[in-house]
Design a protein around this ligand. Structure first.
Ligand code: ADP
Ligand code: ZN
Length: 432
């Protein structure tokens, strides 16, 4: 049932001691990186004075900007000769950052990904198809090495080319996949188009992540592909995938505390939030060699779920992510997260698998238009039905957002489908 029983079910006290031991080692390693030497000097930090977790909380945060300023080698804590891999983040919110790995980093990363996949039920007898882009994106090689570490037959299919994905599933008997949620919805639509009954396919587990998604989206993916879909979270600065995954309870993501020290802060005051409240996830890596990071501000919003998980793992659980703090946009003075819109749309059975959000200034006023693909049978129905659906969606969005957006229903397959992370919001206001 567990990939590494002693670690996964380690009693709290022992886990706390292990974390602290690894934290001190990490601080020592950081003092060898030029980036941290600068930061420590500027903030008069003496790591020898860090004796408790409280002391640790006095250390400065590390941000994506720090990484950008010290691009590409500045945070290297070992010699360049010991580095064996370089990845970069996807660059969703600006210039991509670089992350470096030693041989040992690659092994411990593969082990963490394997631990996550095993937790959801993947076993060495499974056939694993990785439908994520390879290359610099950590979702490709990260899952590849993790699946091999677990012992599965691993098919590096890469992203896109849905008909080929389907053929691979049928030819190789794929039982486990890794897929972006936006692409999973699209692939489900292709199955339908091709007249394939998903129940006839061998897939049983899908790891979905890399993008915020609502529980409605998960359920849709489970229905469309006839699988159990498990939320998978990671970020390149902390290896990539394998940071926090759902267990079979599908109720929160266990974040591996032997590898990551977790804090949740209020992004404005930078103080810890009260237990169980939503805030920004801050992570300190505990066993990375090449590029350890202290108090890294992920900008991802979540909370720690209270209570123990029935699966027996002692590592804390994070709630489904609400998005990134910098995903938020303001329309007519109202703060909006794209996930709020996704949640409304995916809860509406007539809505298809893709949507986009356009922000414009028209006559000096903010206008938000939500383009929504509807299902084939709805689109070919009568105009009255379409008008009624558009009114229903507008009302549901208004009740969620507190202002009235424009809703435009469009034909299935007419909105652009990205091969990587979906780009949902197009803010044309920035052009004026
Ligand atoms: P970038 O930050 O440029 O997108 P990464 O490829 O490293 O680069 O992606 C990591 C980010 O992806 C996370 O910080 C988070 O915002 C998002 N992400 C990853 N997995 C999930 C998930 N399961 N739910 C929500 N967001 C996720
Ligand atoms: Zn659990």
């Amino acid at each position: 049932m567990y990939f590494e029983p002693e670690i996964e079910t380690m009693p709290e006290g022992e886990l706390a001691a292990l974390k602290f031991f690894r934290l001190i080692n990490t601080l020592n390693r950081c003092s060898r990186s030029p980036g941290y030497q600068k930061i420590f000097k500027a903030n008069s930090v003496d790591i020898n004075k860090i004796k408790t977790l409280e002391d640790f909380r006095s250390l400065p945060f590390t941000t994506k900007n720090d990484l950008r300023e010290n691009y590409p080698w500045g945070f290297l804590a070992i010699s360049k000769g010991e580095v064996v891999r370089l990845h970069s983040s996807s660059g969703t919110t600006g210039q991509a950052t670089v992350i470096l790995y030693s041989k040992q980093d690659l092994d411990s990363w593969a082990n963490l990904v394997a631990r996550c996949m095993y937790m959801a039920g993947a076993r060495p007898s499974d056939i694993f198809q990785n439908m994520s882009g390879y290359g610099m994106f950590t979702g490709g090689l990260g899952f590849q090495y993790g699946a091999e570490w677990l012992g599965m037959v691993t098919v590096p299919a890469g992203a896109g080319n849905s008909k080929r994905q389907l053929r691979f599933i049928q030819d190789f008997g794929t039982t486990v996949v890794h897929i972006l949620p936006s692409y999973a919805l699209h692939l489900g639509a292709i199955f339908k188009e091709e007249g394939v009954d998903p129940a006839s396919l061998p897939i049983k587990i899908a790891f979905i992540g890399a993008e915020p998604h609502s529980d409605y989206t998960r359920k849709r993916i489970e229905n469309l592909l006839r699988v159990k879909a498990y939320n998978s979270y990671g970020l390149s600065e902390m290896n990539g995938p394998g940071v926090a995954f759902e267990c079979q309870e599908q109720n929160g993501l266990h974040i591996w505390e032997d590898a990551y020290l977790v804090e949740i802060i209020n992004p404005k005051t930078l103080e810890p939030v009260p237990d169980g409240e939503i805030g920004e996830l801050v992570i300190t890596s505990l066993n990375r060699q090449a590029m350890p990071l202290i108090r890294f501000r992920t900008r991802d919003l979540t909370r720690i779920l209270p209570g123990k998980c029935p699966c027996g793992r002692t590592h804390i659980r994070l709630d489904r992510f609400k998005g990134r703090s910098d995903d938020m946009f303001i329309v007519k003075g109202v703060n909006v997260f794209p996930l709020q819109i996704e949640t409304v749309l995916m809860n509406s059975p007539e809505v298809g698998t893709n949507y986009s959000i356009i922000l414009e200034t028209i006559n000096d006023v903010d206008v938000m238009t939500v383009n929504v693909e509807v299902r084939e049978e709805i689109f070919t129905g009568d105009i009255k039905g379409l008008n009624k659906l558009s009114d229903t969606i507008t009302a549901a969005l208004k009740s969620e957002l507190l202002f009235t957006p424009k809703v435009k229903l469009v034909e299935p397959g007419s909105l652009p489908q990205s091969e990587g992370k979906a780009v949902r919001v197009i803010d044309k206001r920035k052009l004026y």
